[in-house]
Design a protein around this ligand. Structure first.
Ligand SMILES: *Cc1c(COP(=O)(O)O)cnc(C)c1O
Length: 411
C-alpha cells in the first residue's frame, strides 16, 4: 500500500478515522532529538524554547528528560509549569514584559532575562526578595558573514546593545533585589552553520571577563537557540555533533579566562520539535489555472511559516507515496487571501480530490502560531508512538469560535 507511515502509524488511515487537518507528532523522533542534545551537550543545560510548540504532552516528554524551558510570556510560563518544567530550570525572556508578566515570574520563582534598563527597574520595584537575572545582550554578530541572522544584529529590537552591556551590569549590581547571575543572548533562528554561534560565544566571554571584574559571579552563560534543521531536499542537514564540538571547544578554551565556572545553557526550539511532525491535510479541489492548484483543508491559519517567512516545507501525497511524480502542483489553503500558499511548484504524482497531502517538518512554529482566521477551528493534534496513537489536543468546536465574546444588552 502506498501510504505514508510515521512511527509505525499509517497517517492516511489516521486521517480517515479522525478527520483532517491533523498535526501528527512522532514520539520516537522527539525522544531521539532530545537524546542527541543530551549526548552531544552533556554538561550543558538545555532549556527548550516553549514558543516552538507548547502542547502539554510534548512538553511533558521534554521536561521528563530533564530539560528546562525558555518562556516569553506569563502564559508560556503557565504552560511550561503545566508541562512539568521545574522553576529552577526556567528562564523568563521577553523584550516587553508587563507588570503581570513580571509578577507571575517572581511568584513562580524563575530567573529573568532582562532586555532593558527600564525592565530592570520595574523588576526591582515589584520584587520583595532577590531575583536572579541575566541581561539579554545583542552581540551584533556581523551581518556580512551571516546575512540570515535576524535577532543578533545591531538594528534588532532585542537585547542590550553590545557597547552598553558592561554599564548595564554595573547598574544591576547597584539595584535593589537584583542579583546579576548570567549573560544571555539569542542570535536568530534556522542557523545552519556553527560559525555565528562561535562569534557570539567569543563575545559573551569577552563581556564575561569585564563583568567579573565588577565583582559579579557568573552562574550561567546562555547562548540561546537557533540551530537549524533540514527543511528541503537540497539543504544539508546540520549535524548536532559538529555544532556541539565547535561550541564546547570554544567554551572550554575560554573558560580558563574566567574566575567563576558558569554553566552553558542552550535554548533550542526548532531543532527539538521541528522534524517530529507532519501536518496532514485533505485535497478539496484540484484546479488547472495559471498554475496547477491543489486546494487543501489547511492554510496559513494552521501553518503560518510559508506565508509569513516564505519558508519551504517538503510535501508528500500521503496516499500515493509509491507513485512517480508526474506534474508540478502548487499547494494552497482554504483561506481568503492570495498569500495562502503552503508550497509552490512541487513535482508530485497526479493529485485528485480526496487525496491526502502531508506537509513535513511542521513541529516547530506550526500549531503554536495558528489562528481561527476565516472562522476556521483549530485542528486536532495526535501523538504516534511505535504503531499506537493518542489524541493530544482535540479539534476545536464551533463554540470555541464564539469563545469569550459578549453581546451588550440592546443589540
Ligand atoms: C525563539 C527563541 C529560541 C528558540 O529558537 P529556535 O530557533 O527555535 O531554536 C530560543 N531563545 C530565545 C530567546 C528565543 O526567542
Amino acid at each position: 500500500m502506498g501510504n505514508l507511515v510515521l512511527d509505525g502509524v499509517d497517517v492516511v488511515e489516521l486521517g480517515r478515522e479522525l478527520g483532517t487537518p491533523l498535526y501528527i507528532t512522532s514520539r520516537s523522533r522527539l525522544e531521539e532529538n532530545i537524546r542527541e542534545y543530551r549526548k552531544y551537550f552533556k554538561n550543558a543545560d538545555i532549556y527548550y524554547a516553549v514558543k516552538a510548540n507548547n502542547n502539554l504532552a510534548i512538553m511533558k516528554i521534554i521536561s521528563s528528560r530533564g530539560l528546562g524551558a525558555d518562556v516569553f510570556s506569563d502564559g508560556e510560563l503557565y504552560l511550561a509549569l503545566m508541562g512539568g518544567f521545574k522553576r529552577e530550570k526556567i528562564l523568563f525572556n521577553g523584550n516587553s514584559k508587563s507588570t503581570e508578566d513580571i509578577v507571575s515570574g517572581i511568584e513562580a520563582g524563575v530567573r529573568f532575562s532582562v532586555d532593558s534598563i527600564d525592565e530592570l527597574h520595574a523588576i526591582s520595584e515589584i520584587a520583595e526578595e532577590e531575583v536572579e537575572m541575566a541581561f539579554r545582550i545583542n552581540p551584533d554578530v556581523s551581518p556580512e558573514t551571516h546575512p540570515k541572522i535576524a535577532t543578533g544584529l545591531k538594528e534588532s529590537k532585542f537585547g542590550i546593545p553590545w557597547e552598553m552591556a558592561e554599564r548595564a551590569y554595573e547598574k544591576a549590581l547597584k539595584t535593589d533585589h537584583i542579583v546579576p547571575a548570567g549573560i544571555h543572548c539569542h542570535i536568530g533562528s534556522q542557523i545552519l552553520s556553527p560559525d555565528p554561534f562561535i562569534e557570539a560565544l567569543e563575545k559573551m566571554f569577552d563581556l564575561a571577563i569585564r563583568v567579573e571584574k565588577l565583582g559579579i559571579e557568573l552562574d550561567f552563560l546562555d547562548m540561546g537557540g537557533g540551530i537549524g534543521i533540514q527543511y528541503s531536499e537540497e539543504e544539508k542537514a546540520p549535524e548536532l555533533k559538529e555544532f556541539s564540538e565547535r561550541i564546547l571547544d570554544t567554551y572550554e578554551d575560554r573558560l580558563g579566562d574566567l574566575k567563576s565556572e558558569p554553566n552553558l545553557i542552550l535554548e533550542p526550539g526548532r531543532s527539538i520539535v521541528g522534524n517530529t511532525t507532519f501536518l496532514l491535510t485533505k485535497v478539496n479541489a484540484v484546479k488547472r489555472a495559471f498554475r496547477n492548484f491543489v486546494a487543501v483543508d489547511a492554510g496559513f491559519n494552521l501553518l503560518m511559516r510559508p506565508a509569513m517567512y516564505g519558508s519551504y516545507h517538503r510535501v508528500v501525497v500521503a496516499n500515493r507515496v509509491d507513485e512517480t511524480p508526474s506534474e508540478t502542483y502548487t499547494i494552497v489553503g482554504p483561506i481568503c487571501e492570495t498569500g495562502d500558499v503552503l508550497a509552490y511548484d512541487r513535482m508530485l504524482p497526479e493529485v485528485r480530490r480526496g487525496d491526502y497531502v502531508a506537509i513535513l517538518d511542521t513541529g516547530a512554529y506550526g500549531f503554536s502560531m495558528s489562528s481561527q482566521y476565516n472562522g476556521r477551528r483549530r485542528c486536532a493534534e495526535v501523538l504516534v508512538d511505535n504503531g499506537r496513537w493518542w489524541i493530544i489536543r482535540e479539534r476545536e468546536s464551533y463554540a470555541d469560535l464564539v469563545g469569550r465574546q459578549i453581546i451588550p444588552p440592546g443589540i
